[in-house]
Write a protein that binds this ligand. Sequence first.
Ligand code: PLP
Length: 400
Amino acid sequence: MPSHRRDGGDAMNLIRRSRYSFDDARHVAQALQPSYPVYCLRPHVLRRAARRFVELFPGKTLYAVKCNPHPRVLNALYDGGIRAFDTASLPEIAQICETWDDADTYFMHPVKPRAAIGMAHRVYGVRVFAVDHANELRKLAEETRGVPGIVAVVRFKTEKSGSLFHLAEKFGAEPSEAVELLREVARLGMKPGIAFHVGSQCLDPSAYRDAIRVAREILDASGIRPACLDIGGGFPAPYLGTDAPSLEAFMAAVGEGLATLDLPEDCEVLAEPGRALTAQGCSLLVQVQLRKGDRLYINDGVYGSLSELVAVDLKLPARAIRLDGDVEGQFCMFSIAGPTCDGLDMVANACLLPDGIREGDWIEIDRLGAYSNAVAARFNGFHPETFVDVADEPLGDNPC
Ligand SMILES: Cc1ncc(COP(=O)(O)O)c(C=O)c1O
């Protein structure tokens, strides 16, 4: 059977069993002619992003596993120097600890099942846990009673400050509560730490400086000397039209903030980047199943890899691929409709593509390494799960 007729399960099993490696997404389309979505992973880009962050950040870099937990993504980041991981659940902790002996896991979800706290420290030796409420702190104290060296990291709320995804409505203690929580951590015999997250895809470096100032005020008011200061994630990816400041600009703001603190010598400074390390490390090859005017029905959508596109206004570079010629015509804005029968599975004004695009063509949508496969559901039986390696660089900003 020719490979392009081998659809769905068969082809995906074949790909999972062998390590497919291609020059670029066009080569993937030629070889597999896939009617299912294919993630084109760029391990060299992931390694480079990890190396750069580790070099620039004046502390310990924890990769936020939730952002993209695919084993090949984790491997590439490990190869780039990541040895510590921000984990949100027991399965993430298990995944990291069962993969590497020399990796540290930090349990940074502010709300944890009791059983997961117990397993995390008993089975996997986790010592650092986030809290943002007195009852969670009590839970942590009860589940780790008698265990030496537990660090309870108090996460406080940050102001809404230039981030596309604000997290402070769900997590973080008010600064005044954080003061009390830090004192309570010490009273309970644990080591206190302090943390914040400015929100994901933050475009304003001063958000970090401001949050570090609030951390200083909280520490001063509590009289606590912290075991760690965790500045969270939030560093942006260069999506189209975002004009994101450089990582250097963010690190300069972080450095300015840190310089105002009088941290104990053994205080660990931590960051938990996700998106900034992975977004550019993976694109997605999808196929057009039907065109209706300026709407393209494709084989992945908002219940798969594209959920962030409906949550916020986020634009991605894309290019059209046809095997027997070029896709011609002026560039126009197309909406995208995903493969499910659900009416919400659509993204308006999603991609600029040549007007000649038609059924059977492929589209490579770039910068989809963050919060894509990680959040994909199995709705209607569709689930993007095929990964191949590609050797080229990410698409440039120009969608041509
Ligand atoms: C606790 C925590 N740390 C780190 C991250 C990673 O954030 P980002 O991908 O914006 O760097 C998140 C994302 O939700 C988070 O909740």
